[in-house]
Design a protein around this ligand. Sequence first.
Ligand SMILES: Nc1ncnc2c1ncn2[C@@H]1O[C@H](COP(=O)(O)OP(=O)(O)OP(=O)(O)O)[C@@H](O)[C@H]1O
Length: 250
Amino acid sequence: MAEKVVEIRGLKKSFGDLKVLQGVDLDLFKEENLVVLGKSGSGKSVLIKIMVGLLKQDAGTMHVFGKEVSRLNSKQLNELRLKIGFSFQNSALYDSMTVKENLEFPLVRNVKNLTKGEIQKKIEGLLDSVGLPQTINQMPSELSGGQKKRIGVARTLILDPEIMLYDEPTAGLDPITCMDINNLINEVREQFKTTSIVITHDLTCAKVTGDRMAVLLDGQFKAVGSFNEVFAHADDQRVKSFYDYNFIES
Ligand SMILES: Nc1ncnc2c1ncn2[C@@H]1O[C@H](COP(=O)(O)OP(=O)(O)OP(=O)(O)O)[C@@H](O)[C@H]1O
């Protein structure tokens, strides 16, 4: 049985009268790609924020690498956050910096005592890994949307995270570039042995990247399993409607 990286049990979170998470249970295993599906406002970001200690749950537990996140002190939280790489929807590149400077920035800020040569080697290695060595001196404005996403992923990988969080990785991209990013997510797992959570509304992305899907509905994961387990035999009309929207109506 693969090692558990995240274990969530009975997690609840409300904001005033708004019950967002109402008893979430989930396991995330080492080196798996887990896709989290849920309509807008279902609580996906709240769940991630509790995972990295930006919000505290009202009840239940969130263990990451065996430790209950809400009990960590600020030093421990910083250490945890360095192990979790967040790849943002908009790539989060600094427009005024070159690709090289964008990759250098998190390294210089978080890893002490690296020589210039080591930094250069790391940046070049990662640009090779994402297939974009030629962009090293370019500005983000000179890159395509897909290239920006790739550089964004390289920037996240530079701190050697153990968990990768991909937030809407294919949003706003054409179908071919979407496939390119889906492949990248799988390549990253193979090359860097990362465990990944992919938050997406794109079922092609879910199918291609996800070992398991988890559908957040009414504040709980109602359906968890392989793509076929979740969608081929979906009893819940709302789970089915995800599929219908992506593959029939669109
Ligand atoms: N700090 C907060 N204070 C009050 N309400 C909040 C707070 N954070 C989130 N919410 C509410 O919790 C609900 C879930 O929000 P969340 O951002 O997790 O949704 P989501 O599933 O990530 O949506 P999307 O797909 O649009 O990103 C929303 O109704 C949101 O308004």
